[in-house]
Each structure stands twice: as C-alpha cells, then as structure tokens.
Ligand binder design. Structure first.
Ligand code: ADE
Length: 227
C-alpha cells in the first residue's frame, strides 16, 4: 500500500482533508496510508521552537533545520522513502505528468513549509523534489500538500470507479476535457448538442476531440506548444 507522510506546523489543517471525500474513502478502504505529523513534536527546547530569524536580516521567520531533519531521519530509520517532496512556490509547477510519475512510488514524504521558508540546508541535503502548485503565494504549504496528495491518491488503483475514471480527465491526453451535459435536454433555451444524443459513438468521439482541441487552443494554447 502507498504511504504518504506529511509534515506541517499546522497538521490540523489537513485532518478533514484526509478523512473525507475520495481521499478519505481511499484511506478507509486501505488503498493509501496517510500520516500527518506536527513539526512542533520535533521542536527545540522547552518551547518546542521550530523557526528563527533569517541570517542576513529581512522579513519573516525561517523554519530551523534541526526539527525537520530529526523528523526525516526518524522516518527514514523506519522505512525507505522514494521521494522527499517540499511544497514551495519557488519550484517547478505541478503537472499531471509529475502526478502520473509519483503515483507509481511506494513511500512519499511531503513537507508543507510555513513562514518565510525552510532553511536551505534541508533542501540541499534531504529534499529530492520541490513542487509549486502555481504562480501565486499561499500562506502555508498545507493546501499545496493537500492538492498534491489528492492528485496522487485519485490515481491509485481502485480509488476511482468507471464513472469517475481518470482516463478522460483534462491533461491526461495533453488537452483540456470536452464540455459535458446531462438532463434536461433544454435548459433556459440552451439545448444539448444533437451529436451527443445520436448514439453514434464514432461521431461522439470525433466531436469530443474537436471540442477538446478547440477549447485548448482558445484558453490554454501553451499546452499545444509542448512536445
Ligand atoms: N507554499 C506557498 N505557496 C505555495 C505554492 N504556490 N505552491 C507550493 N507551496 C506553496
């Protein structure tokens, strides 16, 4: 079973995420083992200190290396980890291809940063992959860690069923998904495209491909430039 260990200074933020919805169900059904860890448990001294002022001055606090290192080494003494991932905005942006790669791993560590950042020496010594979830800054790495975990877990075998299949997701073929419709046939004067009711599977497939391509060219032309 895949195991994901997530380190955070505010693990409470992730509790509801790992116990509800598709991820929660996957945990309950034993398709993934997700462990939340509180960085304060590895903090320094009586006040369980986890951060400090940046050398060289500047705004914000930096996570000290010792608590993070202690936590990582503790876990590594218990099992082998395939990747130690740090969620941070100064990193390559997450793509479906990265998720497809990570879902094949067995044990993952995800570090959710906080404050102004994480002492560079942890990144240099332990981290094997750094991931941003987009070109904007959040106040902590918990939501990014949840985003990455969700994207991975839904691809694990048995987590999605036929109806929620990942095969027709946007990005799985490098394009955005085609529009979808359900009942009623007519809504506020807008009709469902005839082809979707034709029963002609080849025509429906062709229509979806065309819509996918047209939509991608219109709103994400950058995706068409790749490869
Ligand atoms: N932490 C803060 N902002 C982030 C982002 N955009 N991606 C990953 N981690 C982050």
């Amino acid at each position: 079973m895949m195991r994901i260990d997530i380190l955070s200074a505010v693990p409470e933020l992730l509790e509801s995420f790992v116990s509800h919805s598709i991820v929660g169900r996957a945990v309950k059904e034993g398709q993934v083992d997700i462990r939340l860890h509180d960085l304060h448990d590895y903090g320094l001294g009586r006040y369980r200190q986890i951060d400090d002022y940046p050398y060289g001055g500047g705004a914000g606090m930096v996570l000290r290396p010792e608590p993070v290192a202690r936590w990582i080494e503790q876990l590594q003494s218990e099992r082998d980890y395939d990747e130690i991932i740090f969620m941070t905005p100064d990193a390559p942006v997450l793509r479906q291809s990265t998720v497809n790669e990570l879902v094949l791993k067995k044990n993952l560590i995800i570090i959710a940063g906080h404050y102004k950042g994480l002492d560079q020496r942890i990144r240099d010594r332990y981290v094997t992959r750094e991931i941003s979830i987009g070109d904007y800054v959040l106040s902590g790495g918990e939501l990014p860690a949840a985003v990455l975990t969700d994207a991975i877990v839904r691809l694990l075998p048995g987590v999605l069923n036929d109806e929620t299949s990942a095969l027709t997701d946007s990005f799985q073929n490098g394009l955005l998904s085609a529009p979808v419709y359900t009942r009623p046939l007519e809504f506020k004067g807008m009709k469902v495209p005839d082809v979707l009711r034709s029963g002609n599977h080849a025509a429906i497939e062709k229509w979806r491909e065309e819509k996918s391509y047209e939509k991608t060219r219109r709103i994400r032309p950058d995706l068409l430039d790749e490869e």
